[in-house]
Write a protein that binds this ligand. Structure first.
Ligand SMILES: [Cu+2]
Length: 501
């Protein structure tokens, strides 16, 4: 939190709320804001009463750690306004050349948005691209008109307001990206993706240095332009089959960045796979990870692992323990993982790739902080309560033998229902399966019970394997997408619609 940076002289405008607030004390201002976002005045008055100072409550600068204004502004204790514009830009993605990109707020990746459980978030989005787009808030539980699905396109030059409230228990690592029909892969390749962190009021982990690692890859032509080949060219056909991959691996927009760690220190890494097709099998030689969370936040207990597989769109939270001696260095790597059909498997797929360099400082070791054995409860969804089982057969570019039809509902379910989804991959390559709107719990993979509960929104279904999960449509009726998250497959039509009503 900021320490109450002074406000500019009033009156100041709360842009977009259609009101100019000219002082009058925090109570009045908060009541007005609360009314605008649908709170009762009584609650707002109570919040105002607890606001320590007017400046802290209404700071016009980003009230969020690590954020650069004007992307986010905390307008009230639980109200965050985010201003996001997608527009063409010319940036240097790799040294020596400039690239025409699409960027959120002029950056690739877009700004990291940090919010808190309980926050009401209003995103004022403007599309300055020459084409239709949306912003999908991957993994968040929100009203259907805030989901940024292809059913809610934003035309060039238009604005759209995404509004949602982050409910308790939703703390975790999420991301945002466009989701226009048939154009998601293109727009992500052009640079549109960013991280969104939801913080808990009562995070069980001690205060640790944190890193948000947005993993992406791209392929550039010698002149710096993004290589998006004709779909009927040989490379275009490979991209379509595999999901487009590129040889340049970015970590939060940098190639092979160097991070520092002190011997004994523990860091919390939030890792997001924002790649269109590439999977990451992460390992840090000489170290193990404490895997503490996935798509929908923390596990019940940390799990020590030597490596972790991150399919497209999945996230992990890892505790990295500085067990190496001062002055040494290690590299975070992605190890070979064969998700491909043999015909289009890249020739260098068996080559481990370095992602970032972890440099130990020369300082003497510190005593590692204690990591709690219990993190938080993950309340179980009970498959025995399921009122339906949905079978999803992932075939050659289709789900249940059908291509996406925006006018068709593939699954219809009542609000409040608990259901089991059985996702079966009958082809020879992996497909990461994503359900919008609702976090689910994996029951088993290939019949092997999941060892522990966690909240997921994307699960990899390896070639010729199956995954079962349980989900409850607890609120937010509407039409929700489910699809393969290899973006070329999704754009081709490997997607369907769940209608909750
Ligand atoms: Cu797929």
């Amino acid at each position: 939190m900021p320490s109450g940076r002074p406000l500019p002289p009033g009156p100041w405008s709360v842009r977009g709320f259609g009101a100019t607030l000219a002082g009058g004390g925090p109570g009045i201002v908060l009541t007005l804001l609360a009314a605008l976002v649908g709170w009762g005045g009584e609650q707002a008055q109570a919040q105002a009463h607890h606001a320590p100072t007017r400046a802290a409550a209404l700071s016009p600068v980003a009230a969020v750690e690590g954020e650069v204004p004007p992307t986010s502004r905390r307008l009230a204790p639980n109200v965050v306004e985010v201003t996001l514009t997608a527009a063409p830009a010319r940036l240097s993605l790799v040294p020596g050349v400039e690239t025409d990109v699409y960027a959120f707020n002029g950056r690739v990746p877009g700004p990291t948005i940090e919010v808190r459980e309980g926050d009401h978030v209003v995103v004022r989005f403007r599309n300055d691209l020459p084409e239709e787009t949306t912003v999908h808030w991957h993994g968040l539980h929100l009203p259907v008109d805030a989901d940024g699905s292809p059913l809610y396109p934003v035309a060039p030059g238009e604005e759209y307001e995404y509004a949602f409230t982050l409910r308790p228990g939703s703390a975790g690592t999420y991301w945002y990206h466009p989701h226009p029909h048939h154009r998601t892969g293109y727009q992500v390749a052009k640079g549109l993706y960013g991280a969104l962190i939801v913080r808990a009021a009562d995070d069980p982990l001690p205060a640790l240095a944190e890193r948000v690692l947005v993993l992406s890859d791209n392929r550039l032509l010698p002149d710096g332009s993004i290589d998006i080949p004709d779909p009927h060219s040989p490379q275009g056909r490979v991209d379509f089959e595999n999901g487009r991959e590129g040889p340049v691996l970015f970590v939060s927009g940098e190639v092979m960045p160097a991070l520092t760690i002190r011997s004994g220190e523990v860091q919390r890494w939030r890792v997001i796979n924002a790649s269109a097709g590439r999977f990451y099998r992460l390992a840090l030689p000489g170290h193990t990870f404490l895997h503490v969370g996935s798509d929908g936040g923390l596990f019940e207990r940390p799990v020590e692992v030597e490596e972790v597989l991150l399919a497209s769109a999945e996230r992990v939270e890892l505790l990295v323990r500085g067990t190496g001696p001062p002055g040494t260095r290690a590299s975070l790597q992605t190890l070979p993982y064969d998700r491909y059909v043999p015909q289009t498997r890249p020739s260098d797929w068996e080559r481990p790739r370095d992602l970032l360099s972890l440099q130990y400082t020369d300082e003497p070791p510190v005593v590692p902080p204690a990591i709690p054995e219990a993190l938080r409860p993950v309340p179980p969804l009970d498959p025995a309560e399921a009122t339906a089982t949905r079978v999803m057969v992932l075939g050659q570019g289709m789900i249940n033998g059908a291509l996406m039809d925006m006018d068709r509902v593939d699954v219809s379910a009542p609000l409040g229902a608990t259901e089991v989804w059985e996702v079966e991959n009958v082809v020879g390559m992996d497909h990461p399966f994503h359900l919008h709107g609702f976090q689910f719990q994996v029951i088993d993979r290939n019949g092997v019970p999941e060892p522990f509960r966690s909240w997921k929104d994307t699960v990899n279904v390896p070639k010729h394997e199956s995954v079962r999960f349980v989900v409850r449509y607890d609120e937010h009726p509407g039409k929700w997408m489910f699809h393969c998250h290899i973006l070329d497959h999704e754009d081709h039509g490997m997607m369907g619609i769940l209608e909750v009503q």
